[in-house]
Design a protein. Structure first.
Length: 201
């Protein structure tokens, strides 16, 4: 197996909290088809990302907001076997209540659209839900659903101190994962519960 290629990265920091990034990657891979997998498939893409991070104390948020957008075009004028675009957006908001309590809100969405409709797209380019960082009622993505091209995720938490570095949280999660190109096609699964936290900072 022989890999070669080039990458170019350009960024602009508007201020301490806002950043724009553009990345172009072009790779070729000389290998048998059986040797190519999700870890070594050649990448040919153009990516743009926008980040606005105004979170107060990123290790234990006490206020502020976070916004991130990513758009990636694979293939197309760059060539290659994969031709699609992928977009994701994430918003987080942290609100102080009851002096030391924190309301944490997160909204995250993603969509993949194939440029060539009849082209096969491996599942590792698609989205998954399930696990501690998304729908906590499902222990891992495999227990929730197979990867799909569109998702919406909503997380709501109330975090509160208990004793010294120990804390507690009440949470509610809702998410939708589908193969569809309809923006209004929703069907949400949800879970709720409580947990114990420990501040290591």
């Amino acid at each position: 197996m022989e890999r070669s290629g080039a990458a170019y990265h350009l960024y602009w920091e508007k201020n301490a909290s806002t950043r724009h990034d553009i990345s172009i990657t072009y790779e070729t891979l000389a290998a048998n088809t059986s040797e190519v997998n999700s870890n070594n498939e050649p990448i040919r893409s153009v990516e743009y990302s926008y980040l606005n991070n105004k979170v107060k104390n990123i290790f234990s948020p006490s206020g502020g907001s976070f916004n991130q957008f990513k758009g990636i075009l694979f293939g197309s004028f760059l060539g290659g076997e994969r031709n699609f675009f992928k977009v994701t957006f994430e918003h987080r908001k942290y609100l102080n209540i009851f002096k030391r309590g924190i309301i944490a809100i997160r909204i995250k969405i993603g969509y993949v659209e194939k440029i060539r409709k009849d082209e096969y797209l491996p599942t590792y380019y698609l989205f998954e839900l399930g696990g501690q960082s998304s729908l906590r009622g499902w222990s891992n993505p495999e227990s929730f659903s197979k990867p799909k091209n569109k998702f919406e995720l909503f997380n709501l938490e109330y975090r509160f101190p208990v004793y010294k570095k120990w804390g507690g949280e009440l949470f509610y999660d809702a998410g939708s994962l589908k193969n569809t190109n309809k923006l209004g096609d929703y069907y949400f699964n949800y879970n709720y519960g409580m947990g114990i936290t420990y501040d290591t900072a």
